[in-house]
Design a protein around this ligand. Structure first.
Ligand code: DP6
Length: 316
């Protein structure tokens, strides 16, 4: 057995969203999804043998209480692989995603943890199997095993082993993402609970799987053609349609804050001036802007709160 392992995985932003599980234990999705990974922004996870006789979990250099939700999730994920080898370990995760961007880190966190587990226990698994396993920690983690544009196939098998992601062989040098943090606070319903509520109670959800399947194909074509209008329009409509299903749930699920809506209007105003900038949003109040390098100056002017760290060039 290894005595130490370390791995990095990027965070990712879905352009065609994963929303709804057909099986909740394994995080098997109702629809396929497509994302862009955030290059050097993500999670770095290390595993070393513990000499204290018990497991220890650190997040951003702070020791986490073993009873804390984060620590129990990490340890129960590890236990899927550790099984009878009850060797205690120290697991440290450091996220370099600007906390100001308010990005969830479970995707990069579970992907980095899975890669580190593969190394630590010398499993020698291939990337697609690692993706399927990372999915069991958090669905979107299946996509964080890869850089670039990534497609997560929903798969058909009951054991989920065909529900894994693959890197698309497509590059887009000028593609840019802006991480726009607009609000904090407001206690949120996590994705798992949000999806369950939507699937169970939102009549609008019935239209979602078909729209998502169509959007995924359109987005692939838009990436191939480097067509920012087609990509942006499809990704924005996909995200807002997902939010429409959430809003149509009972009790209603609205992740937006007043500041989110104000920022959406700013995006639309900028677009009305001829700048091809689009938005996407996940299960929270913040926006991600989609645009190309030639319009970076205009986007920065309109959103002065974006720092260098909030602007991501996924292909360097
Ligand atoms: C809105 O992957 O966080 O960000 O599988 O329950 O851990 P679990 O959910 P998670 O959901 C992500 C939802 C989303 C859309 C997306 O990233 O595709």
């Amino acid at each position: 057995l290894g005595t130490a392992a370390e791995a990095f995985a990027p965070s990712n932003i879905a352009l065609c969203k994963y929303w709804g599980k057909r099986e909740a234990e394994l995080n098997l999705p109702i629809n396929g999804s497509l994302s862009i990974s955030l290059g050097e922004l993500g999670s770095r996870t290390s595993i070393v043998e513990s000499d204290s006789g018990s497991d220890q979990v650190y997040l951003n250099d702070k020791l986490i209480e073993p009873t804390d939700r984060f620590a129990t999730k990490v340890i129960s994920f590890l236990n899927l692989f550790r099984r009878e080898l009850q060797q205690p370990v120290v697991i440290k995760t450091v996220n370099n995603i600007p906390t100001a961007a308010g990005l969830a880190s479970s995707a990069s966190g579970f992907a980095a943890l899975m890669l580190a587990i593969n190394d630590f226990y010398r499993f020698g698994l291939g990337n697609e199997v690692l993706s399927a396993f990372a999915r069991m920690g958090s669905g979107s983690a299946s996509r964080s095993v890869f850089q670039g544009f990534v497609e997560w196939q929903k798969g058909l098998r009951e054991d989920g082993m065909d529900s894994c992601a693959q890197r698309l062989d497509l590059e887009w040098q000028g593609f840019r993402i802006g991480l726009l943090k607009v609000a904090t606070g407001a206690k949120k319903v996590d994705s798992r609970a949000g999806m369950q509520r939507t699937v169970e109670s939102a009549p609008l959800y019935q239209a979602w799987p078909e729209q998502a399947a169509k959007d995924l194909q359109t987005i692939k074509r838009a990436i191939e053609d480097k067509d920012i209008e087609l990509l942006g329009q499809t990704a924005e409509q996909n995200a807002l349609s997902m939010h429409a299903t959430m809003i149509g749930s009972w009790p209603p699920l609205l992740y937006w804050q007043p500041e989110s809506v104000a920022a959406m209007h700013r995006v639309w105003e900028l677009r009305a001036l001829g700048v091809p900038v689009y938005l996407t949003m996940d299960a929270g109040p913040n926006l991600k802007l989609l645009f190309t390098a030639e319009y970076e100056a205009q986007v920065r002017d309109a959103f002065p709160e974006l720092t260098d760290l909030d602007l991501v060039a996924p292909f360097g």
